[in-house]
Design a binder for this molecule. Structure first.
Ligand code: CA
Ligand code: CA
Length: 195
């Protein structure tokens, strides 16, 4: 093979390689797109309030530490409220087009129709965001060890939050550092769910 022939062979190999890379890349991208669509359809990935036009929650979801109002069908409203009898918070939120509510026992008490979000301390465990506060970045320390709230991705989407909180079982001596993986309705950014 002369020099010209060798150069053309190299060029041909590069072109073939690039064409293959583009085809494979397109296939992978398409399959990932399908997977995300499937996950949304199966409700594994929340679609956010902007898609739930018949149910809007102005505190972003199960946001125990911020007072919020759910508006259903543009007419009915439901306000988060501290129950004077039980001391618990009645928290309203949307799942797709449905309005839901849940009782929540605030670790720092219920105040102004939301959980108190000031520093929460049990023994040597200190949580800066007041507990399971999904919508505020927090840092928990126990002894000298720090634990930071962190966003996690599934299928390339930042929608999971690893939320730390202090926990003590009744009649137990030891305070534990626990965490929960919470699925943020509107995505996760800088260690907190987006409101
Ligand atoms: Ca809410
Ligand atoms: Ca926390």
């Amino acid at each position: 093979m002369n020099e010209k022939g060798a150069i053309w062979t190299v060029v041909a190999v590069i072109v073939i390689f690039l064409v293959f890379a583009i085809i494979i890349g397109t296939i992978i991208e398409a399959r990932l797109g399908e997977k995300i669509d499937e996950a949304i359809e199966e409700n594994k990935i929340p679609t956010g309030p902007e898609r739930s036009i018949n149910c809007i929650d102005d505190d972003g979801g199960r946001n125990y530490f911020t007072f919020g109002t759910v508006t259903k069908d543009y007419s009915y409203t439901y306000d988060d409220v501290c129950d004077a009898l039980t001391g618990k918070l009645m928290e309203y939120y949307c799942i797709d087009d449905r309005n839901e509510s849940a009782d929540y026992d605030c670790p720092n008490g219920c105040d102004g129709n939301a959980c108190n979000s000031s520093l929460y301390t049990i023994d040597d465990c200190i949580d800066s965001d007041g507990g399971k506060n999904y919508f505020t970045y927090g840092i928990l320390t126990k002894g000298t060890e720090p634990y930071e709230d962190k966003c996690q991705s599934i299928q390339g989407l930042s929608i999971l939050l690893k939320e730390y909180y202090c926990y003590k079982e009744e009649d137990e001596e030891e305070v534990l550092v626990e965490h929960v993986i919470y699925q943020c309705p509107n995505g996760c950014e800088n260690g907190a769910c987006i409101v």
